[in-house]
Design a protein around this ligand. Structure first.
Ligand code: AMP
Length: 607
């Protein structure tokens, strides 16, 4: 492992938080947590290079919570995130860490949510605010959010904020925070512009980077399944059923609670499975490993620490049910299979948000990890039928069948049926409780994570477990497929920028009451619409920027929710008053685009 730190208690956290961590099943700190927590507790600023899946949320959230004075009902920490999805997720994480902190209040604020509700929540007070830059800026301007008591500021996924065009808003916010506060900036990559922000606003920051050790992992077949359309547990059992050469497996999860839950669920499905976590004493741990060796158990569900050093040659498969925190943990995990000269198989479950970690692992191990197609119902059924036939063939070769042959003959005679019908009835009896046919539907195949020329991952046009089923309007502030920045993460100068390509499909042109005289730029409009209405920037068409007003093309057939959100939207504090553009004179598009003026009004649309 990257870090010798074995326990949260070594990091200087309070008893109350340690108790919570143990209750929610966190066994050991992840490498980024081991590095960041003591530094943040000491009051230093941090510049952290870390991506999703490394445990960075707890790395900044736990120290931040130690500084909160519950009696002071004012925002003492502000966390800025690029998307509402992440804001909610971070707020939920903080709420879970506040389990033993009565009266603690965290509030997510993001575009697209009703102002009335947000104003009420802000008036009620919160200790921590987690928000997207646009909305936080709005509340600061309206003076509905006051940062006078701020102690900690966190910029999460800073490079994403840059990529989405929010960096000016972030700086605007940074300019308006009190002098005395701690700042932590996390970013998966460190483009020049983020470094510049760090230099300007962080005070002697400690730099934290998770080591991406390279390692060779020969003789192991490595595949990944993109989590979508099906629960991980169902996918796991489908995969295990059809895997060739399956003998035994170690399944890695993150928390000790998860080891027990998954072991119970697999046992209920008929697998000989048990949990292996840090709560087991040495004797119990050895017993589980012995059982795995002897074949009394086929599956062990383990945390990283508990599985350290396991050497059981019959382990044919390692499943990374939860993605590991870093490449070193990955290499260590998969080293539990392919032992004693045998073939090994490593299967990795990757949620859409974790795709970056997958690529980091591939780079570190210098091996591509191939996508795994989830076995279909027919695949599983065929496999079950094949092994059922095998079992029957084995029994047919066994001694002592005469007695049963007699019985079958009697049944045939008594019921005047053939042996085939009797055999079918017996087969049906034999599979009772363990059906050969798989019920339910096959999920649609996931859209593969594709890569652009630069080798970066693009999200599929529809992605993610939750996002996948959502109409595009509901996806707030999600990343655009078309990067609005150059390779160094810098925004190209205006004259270098390519014209905004028109998205496919019917577009409607709207007018808004903000323009150059309000200090508004194209990116402000894109950012506000992306965040407030949840319209991905690639669906936003051409934008015409004029002195007093602007025009913007949006997809036809906008749902009520998005339309209403946009009616209330402000940009730089000015209500935009979005409405269909009536094509007033001189209201054509500025020559940013190709000069073509496609404009179609959709009758009966919401605006
Ligand atoms: P993050 O990288 O912050 O998005 O965290 C990824 C996941 O890891 C979340 O589900 C966390 O709850 C979980 N997690 C973070 N730290 C730990 C830990 N020390 N032990 C177990 N799970 C953790």
């Amino acid at each position: 492992m990257t870090t010798p730190v074995e326990s949260f208690a070594d990091l200087g956290l309070s008893e109350s938080l340690l108790k919570t961590l143990s209750e929610i099943g966190y066994e050991t700190p992840s490498p980024i947590q081991a590095q960041c927590i003591p530094i943040l507790l000491d009051g230093h600023d941090i510049l952290g290079m870390a991506q999703t899946g490394t445990g960075k949320t707890a790395a900044f959230a736990l120290p931040l919570m130690e500084t909160i004075d519950i009696k002071v009902n004012k925002p003492q920490a502000l966390i800025l995130t690029p998307t509402r999805e992440l804001a909610i997720q971070v707020a939920e994480a903080l709420q879970s860490y506040a389990k033993n902190l009565p009266g603690f209040h965290v509030l997510p604020i993001y575009g697209g949510q009703s102002y009335t509700i947000q104003l009420k929540q802000l008036a009620r007070g919160a200790h921590v605010i987690v928000g997207t830059p646009g909305r936080v800026m709005d509340h600061l301007e309206r003076k509905t959010l006051n940062l006078d008591s701020l102690k900690t500021l966190v910029l999460d996924e800073a490079d994403e904020m840059l990529r989405m065009g929010f960096i000016d808003d972030v700086e605007w916010i940074l300019e308006r925070t009190p002098e005395q506060h701690q700042t932590a900036l996390f970013s998966a990559t460190m483009p020049e512009q983020i470094r510049r922000v760090a230099q300007k606003y962080l005070v002697e920051p400690r730099e934290i980077k998770i080591k991406a050790a390279t390692a060779t992992v020969a003789a192991i077949r490595q595949v990944y399944w993109q989590v979508s359309g099906m629960h991980k547990l169902d996918a796991l059992t489908r995969i295990l059923e059809v895997e060739e050469d399956f003998d035994a497996a170690i399944i890695f999860v993150r928390t000790k609670t998860a080891t027990v839950e998954l072991a119970d669920k697999l046992s209920a499905r008929g697998y000989a499975a048990a949990a292996l976590n840090g709560d087991l004493n040495q004797q119990m741990r050895e017993r589980v490993i012995d059982q795995l060796k002897s074949g009394a158990l086929d599956i062990v569900i383990a945390t990283d620490v508990a599985a350290r050093g396991i050497d059981v040659p019959r382990v044919s498969h390692v499943v990374n049910y939860d993605i590991p925190y870093d490449t070193e943990a990955y290499v260590h995990r998969i080293g539990r299979t392919g032992r004693a000269g045998r073939n090994g198989n490593a299967i990795l479950f990757v949620a859409p948000r974790e795709i970056r970690m997958l690529r980091t692992i591939e780079r570190a191990t210098r091996q591509p990890i191939a996508p795994l197609t989830l076995p279909s119902r027919a695949d599983v059924t065929n496999k079950r039928v094949a092994s059922f036939k095998e079992k029957i063939a084995e029994v047919m070769n066994a001694e002592g069948l005469d007695f049963f042959s007699n019985i079958v003959a009697q049944i045939c005679e008594e019921h005047n049926v053939g042996a085939e019908e009797v055999a079918a009835a017996l087969a049906m009896m034999a599979q009772e409780g363990k059906p050969l046919q798989v019920a339910g539907e096959d999920p649609p195949p996931p859209r593969a994570f594709d890569r652009n020329e630069r080798g970066n991952d693009r999200r599929p046009a529809s992605f993610g477990d939750r996002a996948e089923r959502k109409p595009r309007f509901e996806r707030d502030g999600e990343r655009s497929e078309r990067p609005r920045f150059d390779d160094r993460g810098e925004r190209p100068r205006r004259e270098d920028r390519p014209p905004r390509p028109a998205p496919a499909g019917d577009m409607v042109r709207y007018r808004i009451d903000v323009g150059r005289e309000h200090g508004v730029e194209v990116r402000d409009i894109v950012g506000a619409i992306a965040n407030e209405a949840g319209i991905e920037s690639r669906f936003i068409g051409r934008i015409g920027l004029y002195e007093e007003s602007s025009t913007v093309e949006l997809p036809a057939g906008m749902p009520h929710e998005a339309a209403n959100a946009l009616k209330r939207t402000r940009i730089r504090g000015v209500p935009i008053n979005l409405r269909i553009d009536e094509g007033r004179p001189g209201g054509g598009f500025a020559p940013r685009g190709d000069g073509e003026r496609k404009f179609r009004r959709k009758p009966g649309s919401d605006l």
